[in-house]
Design a binder for this molecule. Sequence first.
Ligand code: G6P
Length: 369
Amino acid sequence: EQAEKDGYAHYMEKEIHEQPRALRNTMTGRIDETGQKVIFPNLQLSSRSVKQIEKIYIVACGTAYHAGLIGKHVIESLAQIPVEVDVASEFRYRRPLFAKNTLTIAVSQSGETADTLAAMREAKRNGSAVLAITNVVGSSIAREADDVITTNAGPEIAVASTKAYTSQLIAFYLWGMYLAQQKATMAPQEIAALLGKLKELPEQVAEILTHAKQLRHFAESIKDERQLFFIGRGIDFAVSMEGSLKLKEISYIHSEAYAAGELKHGTLALIEEGTRVIALSTQDALHEKMISNITEVKARGANVLGITHEDHLDLHRTVDDVCLIPKTDALLSPVLSVIPLQLIAYYTSVVLGNDVDRPRNLAKSVTVE
Ligand code: G6P
C-alpha cells in the first residue's frame, strides 16, 4: 500500500497532487488539433438532437452533486440552456417534469451510486436522453447511459473526493462549449479563447500545489474550532459547498456554506468574536459585494481567510489572511479555488490525527439506498 501512495502520506494527498495530470487526461482527445474546437468523437447523440436540447437536469450525490452545481453555471452561461441540479435521492421521488428534448446528466465518480443510478433510470423511463459523466469505464451508470464522458482521472481511493471533482468540472466545461458550438451561442473566437484558458489550468493547479504546505499552518489554527463558515457568491458559493463538505467529511468539524448575500437573513446571528470564516472572492463582478459581506462578519468579530486572485489584493484590507490563487476566466475559477479548500480539509484531518482516507461512517461508493 505504501508503494501505491507514491511517497505521499495518504491517498488523499496523492490524489490532490495528481490533479494537474488528471485534468490534462480529461481534456485529452476532446480538443481538435487546431485547439479551437471541442470534439466528442464517440458521441451517440446526433448533432441534430444536441441542437434541440431545451432543458437539462443534472443528478448526482455528494461531491459529484457539487460539480453539477458548477455545471449549471457553465451550461447556462455558455449554451444558454436552462439547467436544474438535483440531489439524486430527491430527484427520484419528486416526480420531475420531463418536457420533450430534455437531457439528463448523471455525474458519478464510481458510476455505481445507487441513488444516481435510480434517478437516471427514472429519467430514461420518462423519455429523457441520458449522458453520464463518470470516472469508471464499464460501470453501471456508464453502461446504462446513452452517452458517456469518462473523466479519465485515474483510480480514486480516498473517500474524500478531490481529483474526481476537478476532472468532472473539466468535463462540464468541455460539454458546455460543445453545446455552445452546436447551438451557436458562442463565437468560434470565444470558444478558442476559453479553451486557451482551460489548457492553462493544470499548470495553475500545479503552481498552487507548490505552496500546499503553507495551508498546514492554517489547519493548525482551526483544529480546535467547533464550527466554521464558508461564504461566497455565485459560482464561489458552489465551491464553498464543496469546501465545507470536504472539511466535515474528514476533520469532523461542523461547517456550513452560505451564499454571502443570504447571511443577513439568519446566519449572521451565529457570528461572534473569533468565529472562523473562509470567504471566496474570485468573481470580478461580485467582488465589491463580497467585500461588504465580509465587512459585515468582521464587524461581528469574525476572523476571515479570504481566497482570491491577484487583481483583488485590496481584500487584504478587509480580511485577516489572504490565500492567493492564479487568475483565470471567472467560469473556470472553481478548479483553482477548490484546491486550497481541499488542502485545508486534508491538513486539518492530519493534524487532528484522523484516519484521512477512511473517515468514520462514510463509504467511497454508496451502492445501497
Ligand atoms: C460517497 C462518497 C463521496 C461521493 C459520493 C458520490 O458519499 O463518499 O465522496 O461524492 O458518494 O459518489 P459517486 O461515485 O457517485 O461520485
